[in-house]
Design a protein around this ligand. Structure first.
Ligand SMILES: [Zn+2]
Length: 258
């Protein structure tokens, strides 16, 4: 099939391949990636974050919990300290800022307090783009993160919500990460070309012991590298990372057919 034919087929399938315009002014975007556990955001969308950093944008990570409960050989307190060091090292490798929520692994709940906390982070960081967990997940913390973030996005924009910072209305979109634990109903929608950013992604996520291997039996690095190749193949790129959006965000209004 010709490249034009392939584009048509992809468009018909509802997929959008984003060639992130390098001509967009530097620092035009601030990407805030919010994960339930330290490591979630970097392993799924770290390559996109690395790409945006390379384009001159600001990148911020918010880890709602450290994900400190997952090590069978270490207490949560000891592993939590390790996860925090690893999260800071991964952020530094990505050129990102790292923020941390106050919650414990496994105890993240969709509460007003959590939504207020995240809303104030959004007001402080002023993101143009938020990336977080898809709505359905094997992990209750991930589902809670989805709901907290969506409540927070609304709160952050409301004049009537009083917090330490003024309201933020510059958010252009909320995007959902392609996470093996959050697969139910997830359909890749946006494909971001990360062909030149995979090495930076791998270096950053390798700051985490659980991603290097030895703690979990899940082959994180192999899975997400292979997934980026699969998404890339479907997008006509070497490597790509896919994102989902809410159904209402798929509505396009045009003057004529594209
Ligand atoms: Zn997680």
């Amino acid at each position: 099939m010709s490249p034009a034919g392939r584009r048509t087929r992809l468009a018909l399938a509802g997929a959008v391949v984003l060639a992130l315009a390098p001509k967009a002014p530097a620092a035009d975007r601030t990407v805030l990636a919010i994960g339930a556990h330290a490591g979630d955001a970097e392993i799924t969308t770290g390559a996109i974050l690395a790409r945006h950093k390379r384009l001159g944008d600001r990148v911020v990570l918010l880890h709602l919990t450290l994900g400190e409960g997952g090590n069978p050989r270490l207490s949560p307190a000891v592993y939590g300290e390790q996860k925090k060091r690893e999260a800071l090292a991964a952020a530094q490798a990505l050129g990102a800022e790292a923020l941390f929520g106050p919650w414990r692994d496994g105890e993240l709940r969709d509460t007003e307090e959590a939504a207020r906390f995240v809303a104030d982070v959004i007001r402080q960081v002023k993101p143009t783009h938020v990336v977080t967990h898809w709505r359905a997940s094997l992990h209750p913390d991930h589902e809670a993160a989805y709901r907290i973030v969506n409540s927070a996005v609304l709160l952050a924009s409301l004049e009537g919500f009083v917090s330490a910072h003024p309201r933020h209305r510059g958010l252009r979109g909320v995007y959902y990460a392609d996470n093996w634990e959050d697969a139910e109903g997830f359909a890749p929608y946006l494909y971001v070309d990360v062909s030149e950013d995979l090495a930076a992604w791998k270096a950053a996520v390798s700051c985490y012991e659980f991603i290097r291997g030895g703690i979990s039996t899940f082959p994180y690095l192999e899975y997400y590298e292979a997934l980026a190749r699969v998404r890339g193949a479907l997008a006509g790129k070497r490597f790509a990372v896919a994102l989902e959006v809410d159904p209402f965000a798929k509505k396009r209004v045009l003057d004529a057919l594209p």
